[in-house]
Ligand binder design. Sequence first.
Ligand code: 3PG
Length: 397
Amino acid sequence: LEDLLAEGVSGRRVLVRSDLNVPLDGSTITDDGRVRAALPTIRSLAEAGARVIVAAHLGRPKGTPEAKYSLRPVADRLGELLGKEVRLAGDVVGEQARAVVAGLADGDVALLENVRFDPRETSKVEDERAELARDLAALTGEGGAFVSDGFGVVHRKQASVYDVARALPAYAGGLVLAELEVLSKLTGAPQRPYVVVLGGSKVSDKLAVIEALLPKVDRLLIGGGMAFTFLAAQGHSVGSSLLEQDYVETARKLLAEHADKIVVPSDVVVADKFAADAATDTVAAEKIPDGWMGLDIGPRTTEHFAAEVAAAKTVFWNGPAGVFEMAPFAAGTKGVAQAIADSEAFSVVGGGDSAAAVRVLGLPEEKFSHISTGGGASLEYLEGKELPGVAVLEGGA
Ligand code: 3PG
């Protein structure tokens, strides 16, 4: 980005890919962290006189426009935070986008409608993606440039992330660079003890990162829905809790090989249904009653996890420990987040959900060394996978 600013951007149209995929309740943004994280790059370009065209996605629409996935609320919020109007184009690269872009003055910012409304964005066919990339590039016209700043999507080989970087002079944005710098400290030589807390619903989503992290960490604390597959692997009955039967054997193997590192819950909060007004109880992990489901780690486990975190010099946390959106199942996630906030360790929160949990639960963000905007992207980075949206930038980033 510095290189582009040094070249001079005044009067040029610059396409910025941001990750503005925020959680919504209807049309209300429940956590605007990603919008705020996208601001510095957009602002620095606009202040330098660029005509900024922001491309972003929201949710996973199936290649056609759907009102509930419109970026309207995001355009409004971006405008509020920037202190200037952000015009939302009614389409991605069509007539409306062209009209909005043509109307941009130096320093103005426009947002294209959800790029995933165009089926070419996520197409597996390279030519289709390349065609959308050319359409996006055409919006910038003469002197156009592309800034890749959506760290949360750099693991996606999609038209507005990957292919467009081959259609325009491409630069890494400040957010992408900052995220990579922080995460590289975890893959380099983290200070020990290095403790990782993983949660979230599925083992299948996290298996690759678990396998990549185990040789590097001192402790791997497992909470969230995926803990039940590990409890099942220990031979416990998990009632109606989330269970990935196909992964029980893998979990058993991991537990056997890394008994000194993996910590699973010793108690859980169970409910008779998946609802905030469910009947609840706290039981030992090996005593989950039939018909009940575990929706949070219990207080003893939370205390244990907090003690491990307190002893750590480096902490990475991805994935809530329970269904924190419902008050009766928020204590575990809150306890873990609080322990990380209280610790002096170098601490990184990765993931849309855990980052949102920090803010929704009202914990001060400055108590964490870094709150990543990337969920899948930060995990793939820690796995050591190549991130297509970074690799495509000249010389990487
Ligand atoms: C995220 O929420 O992790 C990013 O915005 C990427 O979204 P995706 O998983 O739908 O590609």
